[in-house]
Design a protein around this ligand. Sequence first.
Ligand code: FAD
Ligand code: DHB
Length: 393
Amino acid sequence: IRTQVGIIGAGPAGLTLAHWLKQQGIESVIIEHRSREYVQARVRAGLLEQNTVDILKDLGLAGRLVREGHTHHGVYLSFDGERIRVPFDQHTGGRHITIYGQQEVVKDLTDAWLSAGETILFEAPARQIAAFDTNQPKIYFEQEGEEGVIACDFVAACDGFHGIGRKTLPTNTYNEYSITYPFSWLGILANVAPSSDELIYAYHERGFALHSLRSSTVSRLYIQVENDDHVDNWSDDQIWEELSVRLGTPGWELKSGPIFEKSITPMRSYLIDNMQAGRLFLAGDAAHIVPPTGGKGLNLAIADVKHLVDGFVDYYRHNSCRGLEQYTQTALRRIWRAQDFSNFMTTLFHKQAEHGSFQYRLQRAKFDYIRMSDAYAATIAENYVGLPFDAFT
Ligand code: FAD
Ligand code: DHB
């Protein structure tokens, strides 16, 4: 197989990259380790920033997203049962977020790509990225027991945290930064109408909780649990009880319903400060992970893709390597911003120390300050909806 850009991974980053390159007249082929069914069933994020939605609209990929997604113009924050709302419009000049499941995005982008006659090789794990220090890099992969090879001008490793892109990057080209948090999220999907018109992030003496949704009939909720906890330790009733206590505020009731998905996600902040070597480029979770509080992971992956596309367009259309050479530096500015915001939201709303401790009082002081200060509320709002691309130039 011969193409211009060989893309490893059919997650949000790889699929968006492929579509965007095509719009710019640049061809690519995607290989994906897992089956189409597996990738589309994987339940993950749900919060799309304005930037992400604008990009998908621009690529003509937002038809169903616009019809079925829920736009939110504010978010509720709760602390010890006291709930406040941070409105976006007045703090961000009218920017907002859209709630639409990541696997729906992946479905839409996959369907559009395949029905345009383009290629995704499923169940085709990349095994080796070779000769990326020459202008003829190759991706060796496996499919149905046979070895295949993609010869390309560039390799885009959009292969997530466990992919081979980062492992291939020479270790002497980057520094690694990471935090592992002493708690995880138990996330559920349930067949019940959302109990709130907007998301609720809550600190409670018993730990963090988040109320989100997927549609008018499906709710998505999370609670903080111990790192060594297991879904089997939690009955449906216990989960609803815990959610109801942690999210609770006077005069409000959490509706419960049948839970049809339960999983535990560890919390990690991670990044490497170099995302390229020769003709190999990393984008998305391949290069960085943020803890999910604040919903930045997927959006950061799409932002990387924007900068990578800018670089490829410079190269193929304007005969310049400048954008590609500066890719890491450009992407890192937003990545560090998102790392800071995700860490901020995580430490503000999770139980990390004894209720009433110094750490708790700092969290409480921050919460009180959000209510007191428009300036503080505005920093939360503008980070939460996502800073525009030109804010970083
Ligand atoms: P991925 O979506 O991981 O896609 C990478 C793809 O590459 C996968 O399909 C993988 O199968 C494929 N691949 C890997 N190795 C190879 C190989 N060798 N060859 C070929 N293909 C390969 N973010 C939020 O904002 N909110 C959340 O609530 C949230 N929850 C999450 C829960 C979980 C369990 C996980 C893992 C992540 C969660 N995230 C969340 C983060 C968000 O989902 C990711 O940031 C997003 O998926 C990143 O997209 P990506 O395309 O970079 O990587
Ligand atoms: C969702 C996940 C998040 O991590 C978040 O901050 C907001 C929403 C969600 O899955 O809907």
